[in-house]
Design a protein around this ligand. Structure first.
Ligand SMILES: [Mg+2]
Length: 259
């Protein structure tokens, strides 16, 4: 991981941002981080949070935050707000989502019984597609080995599984944060991410960001990404000095100063 100062910011026209412990700090959105988000958006760059958080949250984010769209539930959908309307684009159709949801219930019971101390995430009722097991948000924090055990149980049941800073998310389907970001940029912004890779910055902090860290030439980890060192399928190319929201403010300072 190289220092953020080495990232060539001149051509950057879009910024994708993880939310938990990338934009937020200890679970809270600080005024500084929100102001940086607003400054970034006002600079004319495309701004898109890309998160494991649920559809219910993403409804609010797409409507009210200074962003151009949001990718949620680890790539199950993107939402955007345009012409006074919230637009929702799911990767699976409604019938497929219903079918998958029914199958998740039995798997949930099995995991909660197998990993004492884990719990269904508090934001589960606002999810449309995936299962979120809490290992570090509202429950007394469990070791990362337990989070990995939860992820392994999900994979045994045929789910994709990713560990965030607080939850283990599992879902049926071939999408992830990266594949849905590609669809969003193609459909909404008419940008093909492959040839435009160097014009995009991604900022994240944890294992569920690994596909993004690997794909983007300008992937940045906020300093707390080091918590997962050795447990990331791919590390970010650059790293900030400050952790969490302050690390995000550092990224915006680097990008917008040069804009
Ligand atoms: Mg995160």
């Amino acid at each position: 991981m190289r220092a953020l100062a080495e990232l060539d910011a001149r051509a950057v026209r879009a910024v994708l941002i993880d939310i938990d412990e990338t934009l937020t700090t200890g679970g809270r959105l600080t005024a500084d981080a929100y102001a940086a988000l607003e400054r970034l958006h006002a600079s004319g760059r495309i701004v898109v949070p890309v998160t494991g958080r649920p559809a219910g949250w993403c409804d609010h984010i797409a409507r009210m935050w200074p962003v151009d769209a949001v990718v949620g539930e680890n790539g199950a959908f993107y939402f955007f707000y345009a012409d006074g309307k919230l637009r929702k684009r799911f990767i699976d159709d409604a019938a497929a989502r219903e079918q998958k949801r029914a199958k998740l219930e039995a798997i949930t019971k099995r995991i909660l019984a197998a990993v004492p101390g884990s719990a269904l995430a508090a934001d589960q009722p606002y999810r449309e597609t995936d299962l979120a097991i809490d290992y570090c948000e509202d429950v007394p924090p469990l070791p990362l080995a337990d989070a990995e055990r939860i992820a392994a149980l999900m994979r045994e049941a045929g789910l994709q599984a990713k560990i965030s800073s607080i939850h283990v998310n599992g879902w049926f389907g071939g999408y992830d944060k990266l594949s849905t970001s590609k669809i969003l940029f193609d459909e909404r912004f008419e940008i093909d991410l492959d040839p435009s890779n160097r014009e995009i910055v991604f900022v994240g902090d944890s294992p569920n960001d690994a596909p993004m860290f690997e794909y983007f030439q300008n992937s940045v980890g906020v300093a707390n990404v080091r918590r997962f060192e050795g447990r990331l399928a791919a590390a970010p190319k650059y790293v900030t000095q400050a952790a969490a929201g302050a690390g995000f403010v550092e990224v915006v300072g680097h990008l917008v100063r040069r804009g």
